[in-house]
Write a protein that binds this ligand. Structure first.
Ligand code: FEO
Length: 165
């Protein structure tokens, strides 16, 4: 059973995950515009990930007898600069999401809601993976800036990303 405070905070998190989905969809569109189909594919897979994150919260709130409230999703930017700048923004956004998950866990502990705290552990691990993925791509882009690889090579690698199971 969710209390009102926890329900409201989880609904906020649905909105953050949906915004993440929207943000990465915009990055996918931008990547296509700058002629990077592999980057575009990578971001489209990331959109699928974010939709899963949102839907897990949606199901959890419903299963706990709470009320899902879908709030307005803010418009994401359309321009992201160089691929490096775009991935730096991606990492920064994921760090923000990680902080928001940690705050939700703090709230669950304060509210003595062990069930929600335990449910949120999945997100803690997921966020480690998300930040790792972004850092790996930033490293690849550094190697491009140091003339050790080409953007076309990185684009081809990102094109191989698989959809989440
Ligand atoms: Fe749902 Fe990328 O955090």
């Amino acid at each position: 059973m969710l209390n009102e405070k926890m329900e409201e905070a989880l609904n906020e998190q649905i909105n953050r995950e949906m915004y993440s989905s929207y943000l990465y969809l915009s990055m996918a569109a931008y990547s296509s515009t700058i002629g990077m189909p592999g980057f575009a594919h990578w971001f489209r897979v990331q959109v699928e990930e974010e939709n899963i994150h949102a839907m897990k919260l949606f199901d959890y709130i419903n299963n706990q007898g709470g009320r899902v409230r879908l709030k307005e999703i803010k418009e994401p930017p359309m321009e992201f600069g160089t691929p490096m700048k775009m991935f730096q923004q991606t990492l920064k956004h994921e760090q923000f999401i990680t902080r928001s998950i940690n705050e939700l866990i703090d709230l669950a502990s304060a509210e003595k809601d062990e069930t929600t705290a335990s449910f949120l552990q999945w997100y803690v691990e997921e966020q480690v993976e998300e930040e790792e993925n972004d850092n790996e791509i930033i490293d690849k882009l550094k190697s491009f800036e140091e003339n050790k690889s080409t953007l076309a090579e990185i684009d081809a690698e990102l094109a191989k990303r698989l959809s989440p199971k």
